[in-house]
Ligand binder design. Sequence first.
Ligand code: ZN
Length: 344
Amino acid sequence: MTESVQSEATDSPTIPSPLPWQAEQWQRLGAQWRAGRCPHALLFSGQPGLGKRRFAEAFAALTLCEQPRDGLACGACRGCRLWQAGSHPDFLRVEPEKPGGPLKVEQIRQLGGFVGRTSGREGARVVWLAPAEAMNVNAANALLKNLEEPSASVIFLLVTDSPSGLLPTIRSRCQSVAFPAPAGEPALRWLHEGGLDDRAARRALVLAGGAPLLAARLAEPESRELREQFMADLTALAQGGASSVTLAGRWEAPGDAADLGQLLQFWQHWVSQMLRARSCDLTADEQIMGLLQRLPGSGSESLRPLFGFNDQLLRARQSLVGGSNPNKRLLIEELLIRWAKLFK
Ligand SMILES: [Zn+2]
């Protein structure tokens, strides 16, 4: 048994640790944990790409470690080896069956068995659940029952990019742990260590709204290629050389390199650059300047439709994360039609 655990563990990722910009949250929670004052439900929230899931994993590993060292899971004890093998009996991971799919009420009901039984050892049992906003009302109500009648040794770690997409009754039963975007320096240093040069790191970080993990993904060639294709299509649409309906079919599900929400984030980034370039008389990159030149009119009055479009993009992004589950095809088609109209 020990042998099989060890041999599996050699192929497994190491014990997760918090990221450099999460030190404050880590110290605070670690102190609560050591003092035996850890709340039975924690809600980790912040924009995508900050490493909240990894933080929650690291914290789970810490609570399951039998001899933590320097405030971190030791990586060597029985608890840590079981964790590395992905077979710790006191850890339960709850996530959608398909990426981007819902967390179903059946999945939440199955928690009952885990929460209700007694641990094989003395210690915590941990439920890791992400993304929490993927629960519909039925699933959320099923979870609420567990949160209302806490079992002493169970800790719920909920992770969300969008706390407003959760039932207020869920939020109020969790201790909130907020993850703001880090200041530039630790994020840039981390991206440099990952192999990005300074210019690429800074560009990606701006595009990612300051979120380092997202920035690292956006700097990958597949992501860059996808943005170039999307920009080319938006430019063709602005020039009257493409159809909104055709493009909506192409972009409603952009593929592995990005989801629709990210695509809209890129789009909004470009629109902001257009607004800045026109209103402050700055020079942006060639494609942005090309689009600006196609906008009818001049002066600040001509920017009003573009501001309106920026608002629509923002609302569309919010609806994608808000749990209202909009029709994606319709959503992007409406945006593309309005985009084309801006240039007429
Ligand atoms: Zn350990």
